[in-house]
Design a protein around this ligand. Structure first.
Ligand code: SF4
Length: 1002
């Protein structure tokens, strides 16, 4: 039975009276009436603000007053359903999507294939489309009739229309199967509930509904036509009050509301104390809006204003930061920015808004595990898993005696919470990272097993330090390996959940981030559990892990998370919720095109004209709603208003919103912000002249003082003097390239991050090539073959093959094939062996003695007897001692040869060898040649000192001078980021630590 009801449109002039009227209506009458009253507000944040207003009205002694129920439009049907005799449990969104997936497959099996590839995200979009149809009171039959009626006539000639027809048939088929599945499984969703609510009186119905929202045509949080229809027909409801400002009903909403609620009466609530509009604070020098460079600067501007108000002694100044708000159209990215900027300015803040769950640390931790499985347990995801603070892995598979041989404690340490602490050391993880990279490990559990087995067989002293970490990775990979085979989604999710729970590492009890992290963890685990249960109930199809990962990621991306940040301080609030807040000062921020008003969400299935046929609201109605809302917000604060925009979004120029055109006609008095800028951030205190360190914390003051003194007295990039026991030529060349690069690699000993190579790493290949040449020449010389001449090249090549064979056998088949091709060439390329033998044969100097991989270590005067001696260390690839007391130095480069004018290795090795030979033989030796043989680039032979060249002494002197200069620079502690050519920065490993942005500032 439908009961008669009173429907009223309560009109109010502004947001102040809107809030008063809503509170009055929410609290009116007896406690019994309040208990049967629903107040519909746009968001949970709005509900929290309204509740504060209600509580502020209550006398202190009246704390037990019954409050109405505050709901959002999305919760309305379910809350009405709670009063039914057997109140239904609605299917969750997860369960509906799983059912929709089954329905889609059935539709495809029956021949209605969609013109697109079905993915988890598309199924979600389909359900959104289905819900919107239902909320606009369009059944599947009506959708089919209207859509096919519009599309079929042109489908024969128009391929686009024909595609839409196929899409419509698929959607219709899937939606019908979905509704059938709902019936057969006994599930109920919001649409079925609305039908039940209309036909089944509740024994104790809700009797009064107060609406503080508009309709969904003009308000993105408004009620849909199905809700308006429900409110007019649900039995037992006696009264509906819709509260709306004059701005809201000034446009088409007025006519629509009379259509949606036939017979609605209009009234004005008499509310005392209408207050004057706020003063608009404008920037000095003209204009009504404050324009910042970007969002961050805009929030910084808000922080400055807050500080100015709080410090001001003006009569009208706002002294309480709790009464100020930053109001934005879209909370993202302001929720993150505001937290950073406001806390940097020392301003407390509070926000109710939901944050994306995907940005919570636990969601990132879940991603790490997913990547580990999808990446086939490869090096990068494996190391990321070991380094994640959200997991704790204890090496447990090794026998204790073996563990102790790696330095593990005899008894596992325990934390304050009594947990067994991880014995895994971060150093082990770093070592494993390097070892896996050097081994060319790209994933695959069998390869990992082989590697770990090989490392375990090595003697204790020579085992890689990261073996314990490798054991952990292998153990984790074995636990997750079942996920790499197809299985029902529920089983895969259960397996994943078990892994997460087994290895999770919760923050310590005294960790300030613990509450938030625990809530984030609970939200992630809830999402996974909900998915597992939904699939277990409705869909047992076996799928591979990629499909499971797509479903998980879609759900995590779609979920939000409400951490309730801050208890007091300035408010960060979205425009709809702000209507319910009581503020003295408000900044309307982010007034850019595409945000105020926002760009409408695009429907991916049909064009706007067809959607209008299906009941989608017109764009003009939406824009009217945004304008009305903006006009209301201009009078939201009781005292002061600021309106701001910005010009750069991600380096793209953005235009100001057209809504700012409404400011001149808003009837607001203006006042110029005249106070001088206030320094509120540390960077301002330190970066502006004169430097002001007083506002910084004591630790920062001390650090800043040291830094200021260092800048005043010394040049950038300087440290205390540095001396090395011995200088490797590689390190000296590094300093020559860029002093900071030397500092990072050789003083700080920062390791370059390992890279995944599809085959051998460059370092491993270099070692291999050097070893092959060393073995070849040793064998050649041992056989007494002497000089390699043209007629002995074939013999040399054959020996090379004999020598290389056993070395190549160490590699996998694919790696060996590739390295063999590099050494011996292919039909289209010349091999390294042929390059070297060709060079040897073209200059057949008789070699008296050959030093291979010859270690040069100790103090050398580098060609100036009696001069200062430099401690040098290095290994020369090859030093040939020729007839006539001449020597030749050859250095092999697996890549390109260095620029001969900058090269140090070949000439300095030659000088060292010359010195050593003179000491040995008691007579002088002459440097005949120093050259590089490069296996990449156009020139295989790059000489530094040419045989018989007149400038040989000059070249060697220059190399010595450069070495002395470099050693002096190191001794003085000069390590500025000063690349000899800025292009080397693009492949340098240290750009993140050297502040290379400042290169060239001196
Ligand atoms: S990135 Fe450039 S400036 Fe920085 S350390 Fe490397 S080479 Fe030097």
């Amino acid at each position: 039975m439908i009961t008669p009801r009173t429907t009223r449109l309560v009109r109010v002039p502004d947001l102040y009276t809107f809030r008063q009227a809503t509170v009055d209506l929410a609290c009116s009458g007896t406690p019994f009436e309040a208990r049967n009253r629903l107040v519909v507000v746009p968001t949970r944040a709005a509900a929290a603000y309204l509740l504060r207003s209600i509580e502020s009205r209550l006398p202190a002694s009246d704390g037990a007053l019954a409050l109405p129920d505050l709901v959002t439009p999305g919760e309305l049907a379910a809350r009405l359903g709670e009063r039914l005799l057997h109140h239904p449990v609605l299917l969750t969104d997860t369960e509906r999507e799983v059912l929709a997936g089954v329905a889609c497959r059935t539709a495809i099996d029956e021949g209605s294939a969609p013109p697109f590839r079905l993915r988890a995200g598309l199924i979600a979009e389909m359900m959104r489309f289905y819900d919107t149809l239902q909320r606009h009171l369009k059944s599947v039959d009506t959708f089919e009739r209207l859509t096919l009626g519009a599309l079929e006539p042109g489908a024969a000639e128009d391929r686009g229309a024909e595609r839409l027809v196929r899409q419509t048939r698929f959607l219709v088929g899937a939606f019908r199967h979905f509704e059938r599945l709902l019936e057969t499984t006994g599930g109920m969703d919001e649409h079925a509930l609305r039908r039940r609510l209309v036909g089944e009186p509740a024994p104790d119905p809700w009797r009064h509904v107060v609406l503080a929202v508009g309709d969904d045509a003009s308000d993105r949080h408004g009620l849909c036509p199905a809700d308006w229809d429900l409110l007019t027909r649900v039995p037992g409801l006696e009264r509906i009050d819709l509260v709306a400002t004059d701005a809201m009903v000034a446009g088409a909403f007025h006519a629509r509301i009379h259509r949606l609620l036939p017979g609605i009466e209009e009234t004005r609530l008499a509310i005392d104390g209408r207050r004057p509009p706020p003063v608009l604070l404008v920037p000095p020098g003209g204009g009504l809006t404050h324009t910042a460079r970007d969002r961050e600067e805009e929030v910084a501007g808000f922080a400055r204003w807050v500080r100015r108000e709080v410090r001001s002694t003006d009569a009208g100044a706002i002294s309480d930061v709790n009464r100020m708000a930053l109001v934005v159209r879209h909370p993202l990215p302001y929720v993150y920015l505001a937290r950073e900027v406001l806390s940097a300015a020392g301003i407390p803040s509070q926000m109710f808004d939901a944050l994306p769950l995907a940005s919570e640390p636990h969601a990132a931790a879940l991603d790490v595990v997913i990547d580990f499985v999808r990446g086939n347990f490869g090096r990068r995801p494996a190391i990321a898993l070991l380094r994640s603070p959200h997991f704790r892995f204890v090496p447990g598979r090794l026998p204790p005696s073996l563990l102790r041989s790696f330095g593990a404690p005899r008894k596992p340490a325990t934390t304050s919470e009594g947990e067994v602490a991880s014995a895994l050391d971060p150093v082990d993880v770093a070592v494993l990272d390097r070892a896996l990279s050097d081994a060319g490990y790209l994933g695959d559990i069998e390869t990992l097993e082989r590697l770990v087995a090989a490392w375990r067989e090595q003697k204790p002293g020579s085992r890689p330090g990261g073996l314990r970490a490798a054991e952990v990775v292998l153990d984790a990979a074995r636990q997750l390996a079942p996920l790499r085979s197809a299985a029902p989604c529920a089983a895969q999710l259960a397996h994943l959940l078990a892994f997460l729970r087994r290895h999770e590492h919760l923050p310590r009890a005294d960790d300030p981030l613990r509450p938030r992290q625990l809530r984030g963890r609970a939200a992630v685990l809830d999402a996974l559990t909900g998915l597992r249960d939904a699939y277990a109930r409705f869909d047992q199809l076996a799928v591979d892990f990629d499909a499971v990962a797509a479903v998980i990621r879609r759900w995590i991306d779609a979920h939000t998370f409400a951490p309730r940040i801050g208890e007091d301080g300035v408010h960060l609030v979205d425009a709809e919720s702000a209507r319910f807040g009581d503020f003295e000062g408000v900044q309307l921020a982010g007034l850019i095109d595409g945000e105020w008003p926002d760009t409408p969400r695009r429907n991916i299935f049909y064009p706007p004209a067809l959607l209008r046929e299906l009941g989608w609201p017109a764009e003009t109605e939406r824009l009217d709603g945004v304008r009305a809302s903006f006009s209301d917000l201009l009078r939201l604060p009781s005292s002061r208003l600021v309106v701001s925009t910005f010009t750069l979004e991600d380096d793209a120029i953005v235009a100001a919103s057209t809504l700012v055109d409404a400011l001149p006609g808003a009837g607001l008095d203006t006042s110029e912000v005249g106070s001088p800028p206030v320094r509120i951030f540390d960077y301002e205190a330190l970066g502006l002249d004169p430097v002001e360190t007083r506002p910084l914390g004591s630790l920062a003051v001390a650090a800043a003082a040291r830094r200021i003194e260092a800048i005043r007295t010394r040049r950038a990039g300087a440290t205390g003097g540095h001396e090395m026991a011995a200088y490797s030529l590689n390190a000296l060349e590094r300093y020559q390239d860029c002093p900071f690069k030397f500092f990072a690699a050789d003083v700080l000993r920062l390791e370059e991050p390992p890279e995944d190579e599809p085959m051998l790493s460059p370092r491993a290949r270099g070692r291999f090539v050097h070893e092959v040449f060393q073995r070849f020449f040793e064998e050649w010389d041992a056989r007494g073959h002497g000089t390699i001449t043209v007629d002995r090249v074939d013999e040399a090549r054959a020996l090379f093959q004999d020598v290389a064979g056993p070395l190549l056998a160490r590699f996998s088949e694919a790696e060996a094939m590739l390295e063999r091709a590099r050494l011996f060439g292919t039909a289209v390329s010349i091999g390294i062996v042929d390059v070297v033998l060709g060079l040897e044969a073209s200059r057949p100097a008789p070699v008296r003695e050959r030093w291979l991989e010859y270690r040069l270590e100790g103090p050398f005067s580098l060609g100036v007897p009696g001069g200062p001696r430099i401690p040098v260390k290095g290994v020369a690839d090859r030093i040939d001692l020729l007839d006539g007391d001449r020597l030749r130095v050859i250095d092999y480069k697996s890549g390109y040869a260095p620029n001969p004018k900058r090269a140090l290795q070949a000439p300095i090795y030659a000088l060292c060898a010359q010195e050593r030979l003179a000491e040995r033989d008691g007579r002088p030796w002459r440097i005949d040649e120093a050259a590089y043989v490069a296996f990449a680039g156009k020139r295989p032979l790059v000489p530094v000192v040419r045989p018989g060249a007149a400038d040989a002494d000059e070249v060697l002197r220059s190399a010595r001078t450069r070495v002395m200069d470099v050693v002096d620079g190191i001794g003085r502690g000069e390590f500025p980021p000063r690349p000899y050519d800025p292009r080397i920065c693009s492949y340098c490993a240290y750009p993140s630590v050297c502040r290379k942005d400042y290169v060239g500032d001196d």
